[in-house]
Design a protein around this ligand. Structure first.
Ligand code: ATP
Length: 233
């Protein structure tokens, strides 16, 4: 579904991606792992067209994404839950959800506000609250709901559980498992390896702007040396 081949990216003269290659099959949950500053966020932002690739190819169901404007990439069915949530602080929870609602792809059973509330019941009681008055966990659930309202086929999450209490993290992973059970493909960056091993099928470890290890959850569980070398923080 998503294929990155030899992708490079720069911030000015400083290179951040040095030939990123990875693949994600439809219906799977795939992670990008690695320590801080290794290029995971840059990879996601390059897929979304927020950072421009300086070389290589990124295809989504065969369509080239390199050189495409961000909104056109989103319209192809990629939904981003960005690092730091970035919800609209001066809009109510409901308005945040309505703001992104679209169904460009003519999905048969599109996401609605009620469907988001069924996934995250705690949001319903806060429907009129302003974005900036929501707790961190509520903001994160809202950020996920807002991405779902675009009816993506691939949901991309960058540090979706950062700074959240274990109970809230659990709610978010449970919700993502539910979404996945409905057929959603998911690409996720997170630091909570134990949670990711529970939900993900395939992992890519990113080190200095390239993938240095790929494998299944079973492979990663069995490979203590790799975990110790690249993933202990
Ligand atoms: P983290 O978990 O800390 O977000 P990451 O693996 O997502 O880390 P990136 O944020 O993609 O890593 O950073 C990759 C490299 O690019 C780092 O060396 C970082 O300093 C650099 N970088 C990231 N954003 C910028 C920017 N806006 N301008 C310049 N350099 C940047």
């Amino acid at each position: 579904m998503l294929v990155l081949k030899d992708v490079t990216a720069h911030y000015g003269t400083s290179q951040a991606l040095f030939g990123m290659s990875l693949a994600l099959n439809a219906g799977s949950v795939v992670t990008l792992l690695g320590r801080n500053g290794m290029g995971k966020t840059t990879t996601i932002n390059t897929i979304m067209g927020i950072v421009k690739a300086s070389g290589g190819s990124i295809t989504f169901d065969g369509e080239e994404l390199v050189g495409r404007a961000s909104f056109r990439t989103a319209n192809l069915g990629l939904g981003l839950v960005p690092e730091g949530r970035q919800i609209f602080p001066n809009l109510s929870l409901r308005e945040n959800l309505v703001a992104t609602a679209s169904n460009h792809l003519g999905v048969a059973d599109p996401w609605t506000i009620d469907k988001v509330f069924a996934l995250f019941p705690e949001l319903e009681t806060r429907v009129s609250s302003m974005g900036n008055l929501l707790s961190g966990g509520e903001q994160q659930m809202l950020a996920i709901g807002r991405a779902l309202m675009t009816n993506p086929r691939l949901l991309i999450l960058d540090e979706a559980t950062e700074g959240l209490a274990p109970l809230v993290r659990r709610k978010i992973w449970d919700a993502l498992e539910q979404v996945r059970a409905e057929g959603m493909s998911i690409l996720v960056v997170d630091k909570n390896l134990a949670d990711l091993m529970r939900i993900a099928d395939h992992h890519h470890i990113v080190q200095r702007g390239e993938v240095v290890w790929s494998g299944t959850t079973e492979d990663l569980r069995a490979d203590e040396a790799t975990r110790r070398q690249y993933l202990e923080f």
